[in-house]
Each structure stands twice: as C-alpha cells, then as structure tokens.
Design a protein around this ligand. Sequence first.
Ligand code: UDX
Length: 452
Amino acid sequence: MANAGDRRQHHLVLVPCPYQGHLNPMLQLGAALQSTGSFSVTVAHTEFHFPNQSSPPHFDFLPLPDGLSDADKSSRDFVSQILKLNVNCKASFHESLTRLRERTDRQDEIACIIYDGLMYFAEEVARELKIPCIVFRTCSAANTSTYNEYNRLQEEGFIPLQDSKALELVPGLHPLRFKDFPLYKFEGSEKLLPLLKRSNQVGSSVAYLLNTIECLEESPLMKLRQEYPVPFFAIGPLHKIAPPLSSSLIEEDESCITWLNKQAKNSTLYVSLGSVASIDEKEFVEMAWGLANCEQPFLWVVRPGLVRGSDAIDRLPNGFAEIVGERGRVIKWAPQQKVLAHESVGAFWSHCGWNSSLESISEGVPMICTPCFGDQRVNARYLSHVWKVGLLLEDMERGEIERAIKKLMAGEEGEITRQRMTDLKREVMHSIKEGGSSYNSLHELVKYINSL
Ligand code: UDX
C-alpha cells in the first residue's frame, strides 16, 4: 500500500482482550493498519497479561489498571475475569483517554477506537466521549453467527442443550450439530451466555471487523451482513497481512527449529492445544502414549497450566522418554507460525483455536482436530466436515490417537486431506494478494476510517 508520505496520520486506539488468542490478532490488525502509513497506533491494555513492548511493532502503550486480585489473576474462570475487566477498566480507560486527548494537539486526535468485542466497556467509553469505534471479533464468522441465535434457540426450547440431541443439526445453523455449539458442555454457561450476547452487540460501533476470509466463510459472512446494519470487513488471515511481529506472552523456545531442521520433509507432527485449554492428567498420559506409539517424529507443546493441577512437563509417564528418544521433542511454548511454516511439519494436532486454524490453513498443514471448548467446536466442524482438511479426534485414548496420526500422516486418506489443505491454502493466500478479497477489504477499511 502507498506510503502516506507527509500526509497526516490518524490516531487509532486498540483495546485487545488480554489473552494470547485475542492479543495476537489485535496486534496484527494494528501492525497491518500502521504499515499502510495512514495511522499511528496506541494499544490500551490491561496491566494483567501486559505484552512485551520491546519487540516490534512499536506502538504506544496505555496501561489500564484492571483491579484484578491475585486470586482473580490465577483463576481459570476466564468468563468471570472478562466480566470483572469490563467493570473495572471502564473508569481507567475513560480517564486515560481524556488525559491523552488533553495532551495531544488537534493533529493527533483519536480517529477511532477498535476494540475486541469481549472488551465492550471500550464501546461504552467511546460513546460517552463521542469517539467513533469499531468492533473486532477475533473468532470465525460461523462462530459469531451462533451468538445471534441463542434467543431463538432458547425460545424454541433447545437451550439448555441436551445430550440426547448432540448429533442433531441445529435448526438454522447447518452444518453445526448441537455438540458443535460453543455452549456445549461449557462449565458456567449461565455466565457465558450473557457475556456472549453483550459482546456480540455492535452498540454505537460504526463497523464490524472479522479475522476471516471470504472464500472460507462466504455463507456465514452473508448471514452476518444481513444481521448487522454496519459496514462489515473480512480481513484475514491477519498474521499473513501484517508485517512479522512477536506477541507471545510466554517465551518462545526457538531451539525447536534447529531440531525440526533435522527431520525429514512432512514427517513431523506438531501438537499444541493453544493458550487456555486444559486437560486432566489421564488425558495427558493418553496423549503421551499415543505420541510415543505413533512412530512419527513429533513436537509437543506442554505449556504451564495445560494439565489441571500439575506442572505437566515434569509428569511425563515413566518410560516415555526412553521409548521416544530423539524422535520427539517436548517444549513449553513454540514459535508456532515458524513451526507451521517449516517444511518438516506434516500435520498439526490442534484444539482448533481460530488463530491456530488460520495459521495451519495458511501453511497448508492438514490437521487432527480435538476441540476442547467454545468456538473450537465450531472450528473443528468446519475443518473436518466443510473444508475437509482435518480429521476429528474426540477420544483421548492412546489407540485412537495412534490410529488418527497414522491415518493422517501415513495413510491414503491423509494424502487426500493434505491435497485439499494445499488447495485451500492457495485460495486463502490469493485473497491477500492485490485484488484479492482481504486485500481489498483492508484498503476499504483504511478509506473508511479516514472518512470518519
Ligand atoms: C482462545 C480460544 O481457545 C480460541 O478458540 C479462540 O478462537 C481464541 O481464544 P487459544 O487457545 O489461545 O485461543 O488458541 P488460538 O486461537 O489458536 O491462539 C493461540 C495463539 O497462540 C496462536 O496465534 C498461536 O500461534 C500461538 N501459540 C500457541 C504460540 O505462539 N506458541 C505455542 O506454543 C502455542
């Protein structure tokens, strides 16, 4: 995109939700917009999970006191954390923005606030201060569209969800079955439901952004465009549009790349369940034996907190290390995008977080899909059933795991799945080239913000 030269830059304030899977796409969005030369960017971030400011891109940061106690911060109840942040951060954000406006001259007035839909306090503050705002949802369009159906499904008696209907298609939301619904088996869904409903409201937002691609989600996007009376921009995959940046909250273990360099092309299974999902010790042990028995090289991310109630990396079963030897590598956190782009990586066993799904598609890496909760269920359904680029693995049992890995990495079905993923990657990457849908969308968004 043309450099702005001496044109004046508009000032954007971004408000991410302070979790890895939300922070990454928001910073990527900021970097993509900043790289157009039209904008300067300030990130208003909670003190909780405050990102490293020393790595690029170089934004201004506005720390928001969040009022979370130590117990709140270490809790695994993310819904309560987000609800508290919305209450606690509103006043500090209001004050910070007021001070920022007093400090800046008219040339640097805030043109727009872009906030994660879960941080809806930002919309309230924007409205009070009469600053235009734009809502950004970091999940898929298909997942977003489920949120608008809760009221209807509740009225029709489908919510609370019933196990007996798990395999039935959700009326009006095909191809999702009830078991693919984000609320399915979600502990604390009575708190989650109002949060999701609120975060899906556009309020005074003047536009809606999604990190997705027209060719992946044409039909859910069409549905959303009918439901929301504001301009809608599908601008993914953002990690491929933005200049490279590092926003990991945990230190990345770069040594795994040296290890990957020694593995044969397409031979290695990369395994990660993302930044928040957790499993119990029994599932962890089954995962370990499935990997030990699969006969393929593997790189397994066992991040702190993955196994409920233990520091799992020290709890690998007896005999695991001896059987696996140099064939497997266990690390705490990976430079995931680099790993997926590595030619040795032949498949990704994933929880199907939306970022992980987009990152795998963008590199043409077929997937084994083990959704844990929430939108991961929706993503897994699309990956395995609609785009047919992943195999579903729901049972964390060592024999099932071994079979799924062999099927994808050594079987005929795996080859077909890999070919489909290669084709999907081509389409997605086409969308970010000049004239492609995401390329056009980003340019339209820039024009739109400049016109506010
Ligand atoms: C959460 C939800 O699980 C997900 O479904 C939702 O879409 C966003 O919030 P998370 O568990 O963090 O996301 O998964 P995901 O969306 O895949 O994001 C994880 C991010 O962390 C990815 O960008 C991935 O590249 C990065 N990551 C993960 C690493 O950099 N290193 C790792 O070792 C693991």
